[in-house]
Design a protein. Sequence first.
Length: 597
Amino acid sequence: MKNKFLYSIVLFCWTLGTTLIAQSPIIPENAWSQRFIDRFDILYGSSIYTSNGNFRRHEAFELAKTLYFQKDRLRPKDLWDLEYLLLDNNEFAEPIPSDDDASMIYFNSGEEISLSSNDTYTEDSVIYRQSRKPILKHFYRTPANMYEVNVPGFSLRVNPVLDLKMGSSFNDDIPFRNLRGVNLRGFIDNKVYFFTSLHENQALFFDFQEERINRFRAIPGAGFYKSYQSSLISRIRGRDFFNAQGYVGVPVTKSINVELGHGRHVIGNGIRSMILSNHSANYFYLKFNTQVWKFHYQNLFTELSPTSSGFISGDVLIPKKYMVNHYLTFKVTDHFEIGVFESVILNRDSGFELQYLNPVIFYRAVEHSLGSPDKVLLGMNSRLNLVGKFQIYGQIIIDELKISEWRARNGWWSNNYGLQLGLKYINVGGIDHLDAQLEYNTVAPYTYTHRDTIPESPMFSPTSYSHFNQPLAHPLGANFREFILSVNYRATKRLDFSARLMRSAYGDDAVGKNWGGNILLPYTTREMDYGNRVLQGERTDVNMLGLDATYVLGHNIFFDLNFLYRKSNSTLERNHLTTSYVGGGIRVNLGVRNIDY
């Protein structure tokens, strides 16, 4: 009787979710949920368009519900992941009201998920639950959310965000991070969704990151910053900055959704992206998502900054530029997806170029009709899942390409491209939750660059593929090769280990030179027209090893231990660095962003 009752509730939730919820807030960057969705997609296939890296919460819940009805196929540790997805996205579960209107009981009342000592799943286990002892009767009434509101026409989830880390780098510096904040998300009338996050940060980054911050006057993923000095410990110093994201979305029709906000976007299935990544600062955007049949079509209209506030003196308005792009994905099957991408960066004193508002036109044609003043990129992304174990994925980006010069193999400067090839292997050697990922990335010199300059920062090109002095794609910019191996093992429900090995090489610039690695420089300052090759200029070779152990203290509450060793050899003194770090800390409602070097 109990199991039939549970089944009927899940079935009702299924109907509710597919009929009322068209879109939903995005799962936070690098959250555990993203990893679980990726694993389930490879193991069992899914209807999610995984190359659009901003996964939606309703998609995660729908996937979890689908797998719930197939739980006999799942391994014990997969059931842990299933539980996590359901708990983390509980706004899509229809609650069973109790006698007390202030109480909401999900599915079949308040017991803990139970896994026996030999990790077998029992039919008596329940998926959704209330906390046994809510804090002050109102907080953490469910394990995933500090505070919830569930009333007709309105739902709200409020959660604190915390990241406290500190360690030793075996020199005079003390790398640390002190992030505090709050996330809010919810629905109005089961249609309009909203999200906002506010994060206050103080941090000292690793020496190789600090070198790039000083050089470009921008923190990856952040905007304005100022210096920080601890009033208690003189050795603790760093950067002080505030980060905010927020958006609101509404379905226009059953198949079309519009979203207005301030944030970042990702396209791709890899650790890096040649097309669009979350490396840069947040930006203002208007986004349209259209999903019909096997097609998903995303239109993104954004306002960017051609330089950072560090290069602007006084309280003056930072100049603006604009990016518009199309990304059309065709999901051939649940295991095979292919997408094409087109983007243009434009800089106008008069504001936005209205001709680029057309959501279905080929941007290169518009750019040619305007006299070719703008930066246009074309790209392709694809992924293929094989035999429930492997995923092959890749990207190609084309900036400029002249076939006659390509065939001549003469190193013409304007044959600009980027390439990514990757492989994911789930349950390596049959070991449950031992997953590996191998990725290769390369970008030719002068890719993502353009020719114009701005008076505020005459050394930079405003229409380069960048925002706030940070690349919109790969953090190394261009003129590099890179191999990344990432291995993750979830030993138990609460204990997780990961390792990452990176070997990369890039060509940097001596003072006054432009060998094509710094995408902010105008390509008119290039060193030569012919004979260009990847890694030209001042070569820097980097080897990096990272090891991490994570213990799950509670839902979205993690205790981390971290080790990092990085060595770079270069003909430039600023890049000749050796970094060793041992540290740890606690994270609450925040994902891991390990590989960002």
